[in-house]
Design a protein around this ligand. Structure first.
Ligand code: ADP
Ligand code: MG
Length: 247
């Protein structure tokens, strides 16, 4: 495993989130270093998506503090700035259906970053090449397979030069034969030093690519360890139960 920088990219202290009377996140504490790959696993409904959504402020936290690359995430002025810095890849690829692949990738750099069309296109083509889809630049999303759409979604997120990328079960909606092509792109990003938080059920990915694995249950991180330790010696009873069901 390559040497990771010691700079903190994402810091979360005492994050809580309620929906109405229901407390979904209780007390989440995270410290993610630059270039680190953190894998979050846990049962359905445990709060994994809500954690990611709070990190790029698709949800407003009920309490606690989130700091991204030294910038405190608060209501108001810097919210959009933060959203620009943290990219997100969803389970359902969420490409704009009425735009070509190329237009999907060019849109935010032009609209949000004020890039010229030429610059945005040049970068989009570079990113499409990186995910192996330069030949699909002029295709519409519905002409692509699920795996291809997800790779475009990753290219689109990268087009904003994010400081970190969040993945919410990026392969869960894919047919099995398409999972690998998406995981391979994610692996190469990890190798290149992208800071990543990945919610996934792909335990092979967690073992191979993760620097740390966190197990979330009931709105709390109940266990956190290196993949080696996590999978060979889970300490928490709930982690043991969960792993015994899925491994
Ligand atoms: P996971 O991603 O681990 O499956 P989620 O973070 O999606 O879990 O959801 C955690 C809990 O929060 C679930 O009980 C879910 O029903 C609830 N929840 C999520 N989003 C909302 C919302 N917008 N309104 C009300 N409840 C929500
Ligand atoms: Mg989820």
């Amino acid at each position: 495993m390559e040497e990771k920088d010691s700079k903190t990219m994402i810091s979360v202290k005492h994050l809580s989130k309620k929906f109405g009377d229901v407390t979904v996140l209780k007390d989440i504490n995270l410290d993610i270093k630059e270039k680190e790959v953190v894998v979050i696993i846990g049962p359905s409904g445990s709060g994994k998506s809500t954690i990611l959504r709070c990190l790029n402020h698709l949800e407003t936290p009920s309490g606690g503090e989130i700091v991204i690359d030294g910038i405190k995430l608060e209501e108001g002025a810097n919210l959009n700035a933060i959203r620009r810095e943290v990219g997100m890849v969803f389970q359902r690829f969420n490409l704009f259906p009425n735009m070509t692949v190329l237009q999907n990738i060019m849109l935010a750099p032009m609209q949000v970053r004020g890039k010229s069309k030429e610059e945005a296109k040049e970068k989009a083509m570079r990113l499409l090449k990186r995910v192996g889809l330069e030949h699909k630049a002029d295709a519409m999303p519905d002409e692509l397979s699920g795996g291809q759409q997800q790779r475009v979604a990753i290219a689109r997120a990268l087009a904003m030069n994010p400081k970190a990328l969040l993945f919410d079960e990026p392969t869960s909606a894919l047919d099995p034969e398409m999972v690998k092509e998406v995981l391979d792109v994610m692996k190469s990003l990890a190798k290149e030093g992208m800071t990543m938080v990945v919610v996934t059920h792909e335990m092979g990915f967690a073992k191979e690519v993760g620097d740390r694995v966190m197990f979330v249950d009931g709105g709390l991180i109940v266990e956190e360890a290196t993949p080696e330790e996590f999978f060979s010696h889970p300490k928490n009873k709930r982690t043991q139960d969960f792993l015994s069901k899925i491994l």
